[in-house]
Design a binder for this molecule. Structure first.
Ligand code: GAR
Length: 205
């Protein structure tokens, strides 16, 4: 890994997880920096956050390509240009191709305790199921939907009067702290992925 570790962050929406990473990277001791931010749509707050921080951005919209494979290839090419050590999918609502995942170590943050409630609606599905504890998971992306090796998890209590928005907001507060802490430790100490077991620390370098 480069020092500081080079991060490309992918977003599809408000980008509060991205903002937490940008804020953390402002401290040189954090050990990482965001070298580019990519999105699958225009006019989102995530891109505006990157622009305000002076970080280069790129957009690849699936609808601009004749095939999904064309989009996958273009995304891989543009990410490659920034030579990331890690790609962080932070609220990026597209599945990535195996070619992309073979090329870049890619992390994703999901607003549920995997393997529970994968997909686009983690907080809603947890609430509908009636669980009393949910949370957020940071994992290494594989070919499945939120199925990859787990790096870190944080629990969040479900309150009796929660709706989807209040629960997701509480999850996101815990999720941002977990993301910043874990990405920083990976940047400074390294990561080793052995099957489903993930280790951070000196031995992982
Ligand atoms: C986050 O809670 C993230 O875990 C979730 O979208 C939110 C993005 O928030 N991602 C998924 O549900 C992916 N399955 P943000 O744009 O404010 O960082």
């Amino acid at each position: 890994m480069h020092q500081p570790t080079r991060l490309v962050v992918l977003v599809s929406g408000s980008g509060t997880n991205l903002q937490a990473l940008l804020d953390a990277c402002a401290d040189p001791a954090y050990g990482a920096r965001v070298v580019a931010v990519g999105a699958d749509r225009e006019d989102i707050e995530g891109l505006a956050r990157a622009e305000r921080a002076g970080v280069p951005t790129f957009v690849r919209k699936v609808s601009d390509f004749e095939t999904r494979e064309g989009w996958d290839a273009s995304l891989t090419t543009v990410v490659e240009r920034f030579e990331p050590d890690l790609v962080v999918s932070a609220g990026f609502m597209k599945l990535l191709s195996t070619e992309f995942l073979d090329r870049f170590l890619t992390l994703n943050t999901h607003p549920a305790l995997c393997p529970a409630f994968p997909g686009m609606h983690g907080p809603r599905d947890a609430l509908e199921h009636g669980v009393k504890v949910t949370g957020a998971t940071l994992f290494v992306v594989d070919a499945g939907v939120d199925t990859g090796p787990i790096i870190a998890q944080v629990p969040v209590a479900v309150e009796d009067d929660d709706d989807v928005a209040s629960l997701h907001e509480r999850i996101k507060t815990a999720e941002r702290a977990m993301l910043v802490d874990t990405v920083g430790r990976i940047a400074r100490e390294g990561i080793a992925v052995d099957g489903r077991r993930v280790r951070i620390g000196d031995a992982a370098r």
